[in-house]
Design a protein around this ligand. Structure first.
Ligand code: IVH
Length: 689
């Protein structure tokens, strides 16, 4: 290949690579495989090695930097990088609206609602379409030159994409500005600002890696993103796999509405948030905010609120800037995901199988719009791990959006009056002995759980009843813990079998019962007299027997009589049952109290004939679920898998056949990839059902 041919080929390769970068990173819709893409890049690299005179600043090979910098150069911002005022809650948001309405009397105001990303604001300067300077916000007037690091981000084009004229059709005002836009993009200067973010997935992977190496972890994705951009060695930045979303164009291309800046950014080769929307009034903005308060967990990046922007640029100019923040926009924050509060006490709860669980009693605090006053601490080891003392100030979050958990202690706030906590030596409910469990693996090691040995412990009985009525077992609608407590405390029931003898007249006199609800409750209990074998087994609260094991027992023995009479060796033969679990099942059926209870229960309910699970292409296949599914709760998905003959387990191994990955999948996803286990998207999974 001669020089001019090489030059031509290099130009074309660069263009093609940039086009596929756009399909892959911006549109999320790759047209060619990763492998084919890599061969294009390799060819370009090779040609550039032979003909270094043709290497340009915007070549895709230039994303990875050379030598580490000594320090960052300062960059003055021509247009200051402002900050935003916050609104916490609906009231503050409405106050803001009232204020701005006064600044534009009689005007109809539309709002552009943008998801507020939690990363690092950066500004990108394009001269003649080429990315020449990238800077951090700094103090708003002067930032730092982090161009080389920003070039490592694939979502940032090194050269602006020049849209074709026909793309401007149906694009409103952009259509009328197209000549001006094309001229600016090709020959002028354009300043584009947005947020460099680290996705939650990359963040988790990064921290897992750091943990393995014994290095300090990043507190959150924002710190990790900021730390990665402010790296003197851009090789480290590459490895951090950052992402970038635009939030505005700070060059005048004749925009009439702010949302046009987003639309144009996408045409120029950037990523914008597709979920952003124009909303016509404050009520509808509040709806948008509510929706994302609930759904933000599903976003790939951390999001801490909605940036509400007056859409019309004319009105923005009218409203102006005060101090460092524009008046025409506001950060309407989500309720906090974590909060600091006081650990007032640690109480012990005795579960249905006697396990002692420490529970944090907290000074009530609002987290994500829900008041939280208790959080499970799981076990003694967790208290040790956190280093908790009673009286401590702690950070509390809501794991998976629902269950409150104590994340860490702010030891800086200790006064010396905090008290250490020790697990009790006797059961705090019945005063009987407690024992430490053996490790469930059957190795004879000590486990983490302490257990009350008294099978008649009142707390165990109460919780056994809660479980009996719960969804995986008898699934009795309307029979929750509060009502069970009332029934137990009034002496109307002693054990689960008694539930089926309850009459309307027994319940109605209890406080909190109207006649109607008493009759409904009785109906609902009676409607559950027929039950499947696996549910029946679950309802017995046999230690170590959860949903999976109950299913295996049902599959193997097919009726309760056979399970009841099975020898220990027979139980050990059941698929997925080890010695500790087998012993526990065997012992349960030999205990007198249980024998009586079982007799009584069998007199009152009818176990449906066992129907072997559908023999289909999934019989015996092992599924693992990770991430959240948008179409159904996890429990339902598990039930569906079992219906089609599959098994569900909690961890991925070589034996796993399918991993179903929902939104924000966790480490199970990575493990499946590593082991080469087939991964199904939610859509693929649904198509199997
Ligand atoms: S507009 C005038 N839009 O939030 C300020 N900012 O709290 C220009 N941010 O510094 C920013 N998402 O780092 C804007 N959709 C969005 C945003 C956003 C995240 C960040 C940005 C800004 C900070 C202000």
């Amino acid at each position: 290949m001669d020089k001019s041919e090489a030059k031509e080929r290099i130009e074309r390769l660069k263009e093609l690579i940039n086009k596929h970068r756009y399909f892959y990173h911006v549109l999320d819709n790759p047209e060619i495989s990763d492998a084919a893409f890599d061969t294009l890049k390799n060819e370009l690299e090779e040609l550039e090695r032979k003909f270094p005179e043709f290497i340009t600043f915007d070549s895709p090979t230039q994303r990875v930097g050379g030598e580490p910098l000594e320090k960052f150069a300062k960059v003055p911002h021509k247009i200051p990088m402002l900050s935003l005022n916050d609104a916490f809650g609906e009231e503050e948001f409405l106050e803001w609206e009232e204020r701005i309405k006064k600044l534009a009397p009689g005007e109809k105001i539309d709002y552009f609602c943008e998801l507020k990303m939690d990363g690092l604001a950066v500004s990108l300067l394009y001269r003649k379409g080429i990315f020449v300077l990238g800077s951090t916000r700094g103090d708003g007037k002067t930032g730092e030159d982090v161009t080389q690091n920003l070039k490592t981000i694939n979502a940032i084009p090194l050269r602006l994409r020049i849209p074709e004229k026909k793309e401007f059709e149906k694009s409103g005002n952009l259509f009328f500005q197209k000549e001006r836009i094309l001229e600016l993009a090709a020959n002028g200067e354009m300043e584009i600002r947005g947020e460099a973010v680290m996705t939650k997935k990359v963040f988790n992977e990064l921290n897992r890696g750091l943990e393995k190496e014994g290095k300090p972890l990043f507190a959150n994705p924002r710190n990790a993103a900021a730390g990665s951009i402010r790296q003197l060695d851009s090789k480290i930045t590459v490895s951090r796999r950052l992402d970038f979303y635009v939030y505005g164009i700070f060059s005048d291309f004749g925009q009439v509405y702010h949302h046009e800046e987003h639309a144009l950014s996408k045409m120029l080769g950037f990523k914008t948030i597709e979920r952003n929307e124009v909303r016509a009034d404050s009520k509808s903005v509040i709806d948008f905010h509510k929706k994302w308060t609930k759904d933000r967990e599903r976003l790939p990046f951390e999001c801490d609120g909605v940036v509400v922007v007056v859409d019309k640029i004319d009105l923005q100019k009218k409203m102006g800037v005060i101090g460092k923040a524009p008046r025409y926009m506001i950060a309407y924050k989500f309720p906090p995901e974590e909060a600091a509060t006081i650990l007032e006490d640690i109480k012990i709860q005795v579960g249905r199988t006697g396990v002692l669980t420490p529970v944090a009693i907290l000074k009530p605090v609002d987290i994500k719009g829900v008041v939280v006053s208790r959080a499970t601490l799981h076990n003694e080891d967790e208290i040790k791990r956190l280093g908790l003392k009673i009286g401590d100030t702690v950070i509390v979050g809501r794991a998976g959006d629902v269950i409150p958990d104590v994340k860490r202690v702010l030891t800086e706030l200790r006064t010396g009056k905090e008290k250490s906590f020790h697990m009790p030596e006797k059961c705090p409910v019945c005063g009987k002995e407690i024992e430490r469990d053996a490790d469930k693996s059957g190795t004879g090691k000590n486990g983490v759980n302490l257990r009350c040995v008294n099978k008649n412990c009142p707390s165990r009985k109460r919780r056994t009843l809660y479980y009996f009525a719960s969804r995986p077992a008898f699934n009795i609608e309307g029979l929750g813990p509060k009502i069970i407590n009332a029934l137990l405390d009034s002496g109307l029931i002693q054990n689960p079998a008694d539930l089926f003898d309850l009459k309307e007249g027994d319940i109605a006199p209890l406080e909190r019962f109207a006649e109607k609800s008493a009759s409904n409750l009785v109906k609902s209990i009676q409607s559950r007299r027929k039950i499947s074998l696996p549910r029946f087994i679950i309802s017995l609260s046999i230690q170590h027997v959860g949903e999976e094991t109950a299913q295996s027992l049902a599959d193997h023995f097919k009726n309760i009589e056979k399970i009841r009479n099975a020898a220990l060796e027979e139980i050990q033969e059941v698929k997925d049952i080890g010695p500790v679990v087998a012993q526990s099942v065997f012992d349960w059926f030999r205990e007198n109290a249980n024998k009586n209870f079982l007799e009584n229960l069998l007199k009152r309910v009818e176990i449906e004939p066992y129907e072997p699970r559908e023999k289909g292409k999934f019989s015996g296949k092992k599924f693992v679920l990770t991430g959240s599914l948008s179409s159904m709760p996890r429990e339902e998905a598990k039930a569906k898998i079992r219906e089609i003959g599959g098994d569900v387990s909690e961890s991925v191994s070589k034996e796993t056949d399918f991993v179903v990955a929902g939104d924000e999948p966790g480490s199970k996803f990575d493990k499946a990839k590593k082991l080469g286990v087939k991964i199904l998207s939610e859509k693929e999974f649904l198509s199997l059902l």
